[in-house]
Design a protein around this ligand. Structure first.
Ligand code: XMP
Length: 391
């Protein structure tokens, strides 16, 4: 850490630097390191881009500007700008690229206005590996893929934690006295909830997702997954899929439920996955298995993951398998998918064995507070073949 602080001092000198802080462990640790090196010449901005969680921008800005961090924080309300730039886009990579472009345009303008020649970023090793590998466009990896930040946006980039993995960044954070609320926090992607609104971003869809996110975070934390969240999907189906019957039979056999009690759905929007180390934008499939009295069959997560392997192997165009937890009798525009995973490096991940009592409680709360959501599913796909985020 001492070496990094010295290097940052030498690189920035008496210039000013800007950092976009989200309150995540990577950007906060980077900000704290650079703040040690250059003090008040660092400006921390929180881009309130419409994709943060409920009340998050205010809460995070308050926490970071207080002791022990005392970071010089400014919150920029740029919600309308992001929402209008992303309006109408459905494809995951198009959304990610537009997010990145808008993010850097705003930062470039802010750096110019504030007289900052340097931009500090919390890029970590996994971000670089995944962007280089072409899995998905990370919001913050530029130079590594040949985009010159100086030419395109007018600033030089400093990445103090780029050689570290998440757990190592947490160590640095603890050492720096970053509050545990942040150093132990689950990761949150740079493009925020925009990558959890599958397909087109619509205001009512985003609002429902924010409510569902709060509920999942409250209910899943006690099981201590590495990451846990909700995603929202439009409840619109592809016309009958050719392998549906075969899939139904496979699922019936694996779950030991008669095929007539099983229903499946292939969604119109797709989700990002990985196949043979490469990006694979594939189909999302849901499975609902009922008992003879019409209740949801509570299969074990282990069995559901085994079934998922079988279904994905037989149907390589699928990257996500969702299993029904609860649904309303009346169809609404959206469904919610819950995700919880265990991982060390975030490059691969296992599905967490969340107990059914928690799954049901969470699903019922979501259905109760989100009128436009009619079903809640548990995502039973490991990484690979899925990625952790939906997009
Ligand atoms: P995936 O979805 O690629 O996620 O399996 C791996 C980890 O990275 C996070 N993630 C991101 N973090 N900017 C970030 O700062 C991004 O664009 C981004 N995309 C994914 C994700 O939440 C998970 O922890």
């Amino acid at each position: 850490m001492d070496k990094q602080v010295e290097e940052i001092k030498r690189a920035i000198g008496s210039d000013r630097a800007l950092i976009a802080v989200s309150g995540g462990v990577d950007s906060t640790t980077s900000a704290a390191l650079v703040h040690r090196a250059i003090g008040q010449n660092l400006l921390c901005v929180m881009l309130d881009d419409a994709f943060m969680r409920e009340k998050e921008p205010k809460k995070v800005a308050q926490l970071l500007s207080q002791p022990p961090l005392n970071l010089p924080m400014k919150v920029l309300n740029v919600q309308q700008r992001f929402l209008s730039e992303l309006k109408g886009l459905r494809d995951a990579e198009e959304k990610r690229k537009k997010f990145r472009e808008t993010f850097y345009k705003i930062l470039g303008e802010t750096a110019k206005k504030e007289g900052c020649r340097f931009l500090v970023q919390g890029t970590i090793q996994a971000d670089i590996l995944e962007t280089k590998g072409g899995i998905k466009t990370q919001h913050n990896v530029l130079a590594q893929i040949g985009i010159s930040p100086a030419k395109r946006y007018g600033f030089k980039v400093i990445e103090p934690v780029a050689s570290l993995y998440k757990e190592q960044v947490r160590d640095v954070a603890r050492y720096l006295g970053v509050p545990a609320e942040i150093s132990e926090r689950q990761p949150f992607p740079g493009p925020g909830l925009s990558v959890r609104v599958v397909g087109e971003i619509k205001i009512d869809k985003l609002e429902a997702l924010k409510k569902a996110t709060t509920i999942v975070e409250e209910n899943f934390a006690k099981h201590d997954p590495s990451q846990y969240f909700a995603a929202i999907i439009e409840d619109s189906e592809m016309p009958q899929h050719p392998s549906m019957e075969q899939m139904r039979e496979t699922s019936a056999r694996y779950l030991n439920v008669p095929a007539r009690y099983l229903s499946m759905k292939v969604f119109k929007d797709k989700a990002t996955g990985v196949k043979g180390g490469e990006r694979h934008y594939g189909k999302i499939v849901s499975i609902k298995a009922q008992t003879a009295d019409g209740r949801i069959h509570q299969a074990t997560v282990k069995d559901l993951v085994t079934l998922q392997t079988k279904v994905v192997t037989e149907n390589p165009s699928f990257t996500r398998i969702l299993y029904a937890i609860r649904e309303k009798p009346q169809k609404q525009p959206y469904v919610v998918s819950l995700r919880a995973i265990q991982t060390h490096d975030f490059l691969t991940a296992q599905v967490s064995e969340i107990p059914w009592t928690t799954l049901i409680e969470t699903a019922e709360k979501i259905l109760g507070s989100c009128p436009k959501v009619s079903s809640v599913y548990y995502d039973v796909t490991p990484k690979p073949p899925a990625t952790i985020e939906m997009e």
